[in-house]
Design a protein around this ligand. Structure first.
Ligand code: NAD
Ligand code: UDX
Length: 313
């Protein structure tokens, strides 16, 4: 089995590669342009005979011979996906078209990592896969959420028109070791700030909620989805829901009780509530997350302390 992982140098991709490489007969090819990922995340595999790393931008065609495609490549942090929004659209739309073209030529099964952001500023709570979403098509987040929605459309059209075997995961906020320290997402921001003893920046109003999934749980869900029979979309996430005020308090308690919490301006169109309904994942895949936020934060703290060079006192 030869498997392509696009975006394999990023947070989720690199942990997925670790899991795929555990199987002795698997060969793994990673294609990544290192926009938000890093070779460091894959350093234990570089030089391994079953592993290959290609610097490649997936908005351009890629010619490789593989049996399965995990298509993850796309910046995930709002700061990075807004930085060059046109590029984010190209990555989502042209990148997914290129990967579907590859899947079509090879008759390979392809899994796409979509997002809870397809539900937008949801009017249903928690979010089920049947909900069509409440998305601003012209806002600053649209390059990402509408880009992912278009990519889901492409996946289903290739499935209906050409019989391509597709899998779609709708991933909810996922965190864990190897996250870029300056990634800009809330968990990495708060952990880095707590370690550096800088105020935790809660964006107003602070009552907005998210549900945080530990990366290794998420990776198990992805491989189970790929190996199962359901096309999806299937929500993958941890239903434990926290306000940003609660998250800041948890990080303060677990990492640095002295650290200040400061309120800062928010960005436009920030979804107010987000929590996955994972009934389908439980029924279809037998999957549910195991690591809760209070267990996951210290695991990420260890990794951040090591990279920041600040040991526990
Ligand atoms: N982590 C989350 O909370 C979350 C939630 C929902 C969906 N997702 C999706 O999961 C996937 C992985 O997310 P992540 O958290 O690991 O993000 P990440 O930013 O850590 O990793 C993304 C990877 O894709 C690469 N990449 C970006 N644009 C590319 C391009 N044009 N060509 C080739 N490589 C490119 C980056 O360099 C990086 O290695 C993304 O598709 C993201 O949208 C993540
Ligand atoms: O320093 C910060 C950063 C963020 N936040 C808040 O934390 C919440 C979460 O923000 P993040 O930037 O971590 O991520 P978001 O939930 O907006 O987007 C995320 O959701 C789904 C994925 O597809 C995206 O890849 C991911 O980034 C938001 O309400 C934001 O306002 C803070 O309070 N402080």
């Amino acid at each position: 089995m030869r498997i392509l992982v696009t975006g394999g140098a990023g947070l989720i991709g690199s942990h997925l590669v670790d899991k795929l490489m555990e199987k002795e007969k698997s060969e793994v090819i990673v294609a990544d342009n290192y926009f938000t990922g890093s070779k460091d995340n894959l350093k234990k595999w570089i030089g391994h005979p079953r592993f290959e790393l290609i610097r490649h931008d997936i908005s351009r065609p890629l010619f490789v011979e593989v049996d399965q495609i995990y298509h993850l490549a796309c910046p995930a942090s709002p700061i990075f996906y807004k930085y060059n929004s046109v590029k984010t659209i190209k990555t989502n739309v042209m990148g997914t078209l290129n990967m579907l073209g590859l899947a079509k030529r090879l008759r390979a099964r392809i899994l796409f990592t979509s997002t809870s952001e397809v539900y937008g500023d949801s009017l249903e709570h928690p979010q089920k896969e049947t909900y069509w979403g409440n998305v601003n098509p012209i806002g600053v987040r649209s390059c990402y959420d509408e880009g992912k929605r278009m990519a889901e459309t492409l996946m289903f059209d290739y499935h209906r028109q050409y019989g391509i075997e597709i899998r779609i995961a709708r991933i909810f906020n996922t965190y864990g070791p190897r996250m870029n320290i300056d990634d800009g997402r809330v968990v990495s921001n708060f952990i880095a700030q707590a370690i550096r003893n800088e105020p935790l920046t809660v964006q107003l109003p602070g009552t907005q909620t998210r549900s945080f999934c530990y990366v290794l749980d998420l990776v198990d869900g992805l491989t189970q989805l790929m190996e199962g029979t359901d096309t999806g979309p299937i929500n993958l996430g941890n239903p434990g829901e926290f306000t940003m005020n609660e998250l800041a308090k948890a990080v303060q308690e677990l990492i640095n009780p002295e650290v200040q919490i400061s309120e800062v301006e928010n960005t436009p169109d920030d979804p107010r509530q987000r929590k996955p309904d994972i009934t389908k994942a439980k029924e279809v895949l037998g999957w549910e997350p195991k690591v809760n936020l209070h267990e996951g934060i210290p695991l990420m703290e260890d990794d951040f302390r090591q990279r920041l060079g600040v040991p526990r006192t």
